[in-house]
Design a protein around this ligand. Structure first.
Ligand SMILES: C[S@@+](CC[C@H](N)C(=O)[O-])C[C@H]1O[C@@H](n2cnc3c(N)ncnc32)[C@H](O)[C@@H]1O
Length: 437
């Protein structure tokens, strides 16, 4: 055992000793891409899209009729984040009454182990201060809440500030209610880069931004859980020696329905798209936004310091057709009634690694969620939680753990990738990044 393994073990032990069961999260998991959590015979409590979200189909159809088919990335961006009826913009889409469940929502052990990982890696490099915790796409704010709770148990609550990059005004309010004892919107006329601010009970300051670019350039630990899969992708097709783009057009056969068409001419994207060396797929999904964010992080870590943990479902550059929609925990037609269902595409981890490394960073992983959590001693943590919990809570704890780690459930589908600056190369050889080896 190295000193840092001992340190992690100590952190875990302390964390186990200090933590209580905060809440029970009882969900069933079905081994589909995202599980169905609706009870048999039960109904989702989620309301149907309102008139505004129905308008989104009309807006997109009008645009296409006027100017021709749009890229899948344009379609996806509008469907998810258009202020006028975009999927994430005005409702809570998570959990039993929503469309899907994510790991932080399944069980608190997930966020707690991520917190221990952040602390171990931060301490390993000398606890640089001040430090910002940045979460991209925080959903309900559950992961950040579980992490801050661990930080405050280590009396670190006020050493960290929390910076949330969230496009949805509705979800930013949900996050503020989860995380802060006071919070307020910031006057858009002010020159502040953030649009909301607040403070947690342990004194940590919290800020909300529309874009990563707006976050202050300080040493940062960056987390992205199920964020990259929500970024728009272009659908590319190799045809007669050229890359062409598959576009989204109006489907005249049905109201609010769209269809894929192959672009007649090369689009701007198909001209600038650079496949990785050795690419053998004839169709693939490409996210320019994911590339840009990784590039930004790489430069950030080089000039201001920090590291990142990216957690998502994805592949190693070998899948072609993963774009899909989920509604009430079931697969849904992604080209029907935009705004009514979540759109997602598997993350291309090979590409993320390539971009990070090409921009001077070190990458570790991806490793499966099962491997990562096992190496973070999730089982020991579960044991302590079971010892402390009332017998009636045991079933929920065990099933949450099983859902997170079982290879047929979330254990192998979800992957962890970490990014560190090149300058730490020798240090990390001596003290390897936890969870990855
Ligand atoms: C699939 S949810 C994941 C939520 C959370 N991380 C979790 O795992 O429970 C995606 C989150 O990213 C946000 N989001 C989607 N696209 C975004 C964008 N372009 N910029 C910032 N946030 C975005 C959504 O509003 C939502 O909070």
């Amino acid at each position: 055992m190295t000193t840092h393994h001992i340190e992690m073990a100590t952190l875990l032990r302390k964390c186990c000793g200090l933590m209580q069961l905060v809440h029970r999260r009882t969900f069933a998991y079905k081994p589909v891409k995202r599980p169905s959590l609706i009870k048999e015979g039960g109904k989702s409590s989620r309301s149907e899209p309102n008139a505004e979200s129905l308008d989104l189909a009309t807006i997109l159809q009008t645009k296409i009729k006027a100017a021709g088919p749009i890229s899948l990335a344009d379609y996806m961006r509008n469907v998810l984040t258009n202020p006028n009826g975009g999927y994430y913009m005005e409702r809570d889409v998570f959990g039993e009454g929503g469309d899907f469940i994510t790991s932080p929502e399944v069980a608190q052990i997930f966020g707690e182990l991520i917190a221990v990982w952040c602390l171990t890696e931060w301490r390993k490099i000398g606890s640089p201060s001040p430090v910002q915790l940045i979460e991209l796409g925080p959903g309900r704010g559950t992961l950040s809440r579980d992490i801050l709770r661990v930080f405050s148990q280590f009396k670190l609550g006020d050493q960290f500030s929390l910076h949330l990059v969230e496009v949805s005004p509705y979800l930013s309010k949900v996050q503020a209610q989860q995380l802060c004892f006071n919070h307020s919107e910031v006057d858009p006329e002010s020159n502040e880069p953030f649009y909301r601010q607040g403070e947690t009970v342990s004194g940590a300051k919290v800020f909300w931004y529309h874009k990563l670019e707006d976050v202050p350039k300080e040493f940062s630990i960056v987390l992205a859980h199920e964020f990259f899969d929500a970024l728009p992708v272009h659908k590319m097709q190799y045809d007669k020696g050229l890359w062409r783009e598959v576009m989204v057009d109006v489907d005249p056969s049905e109201e609010k329905k769209f269809r894929f068409v192959l672009s007649n001419n090369q689009t701007v994207m198909s001209k600038v798209f650079q496949p990785l060396e050795g690419e053998s797929r004839e169709t693939l999904e490409y996210s320019l936004e994911a590339d840009a964010i990784i590039q930004r992080l790489a430069h950030w870590f080089e000039f201001h310091g920090g590291f990142a943990l990216i957690i998502d479902y994805g592949h190693l550059g070998d899948k072609s057709d993963t774009f899909r929609a989920f509604k009430q925990h079931k697969l849904h037609d992604p080209l029907l009634n935009p705004g009514a269902a979540d759109l997602t595409a598997d993350v291309d981890f090979k590409r993320l690694k390539f971009v990070a490394e090409a921009n001077g960073c070190l990458t570790f992983g991806p490793v499966s969620q099962q491997e990562f959590l096992k190496r973070m001693e999730a089982e020991a943590r579960l044991k302590v939680l079971l010892e402390k919990a009332q017998p009636e809570a045991h079933e929920a704890l065990k099933s949450g753990y099983d859902m997170l780690t079982h290879p047929d459930k979330m254990g192998s589908r979800f992957k962890f990738l970490s990014i560190f600056p090149q300058v730490l190369k020798e240090h990390l050889k001596k003290f390897p990044v936890n969870g990855f080896s």
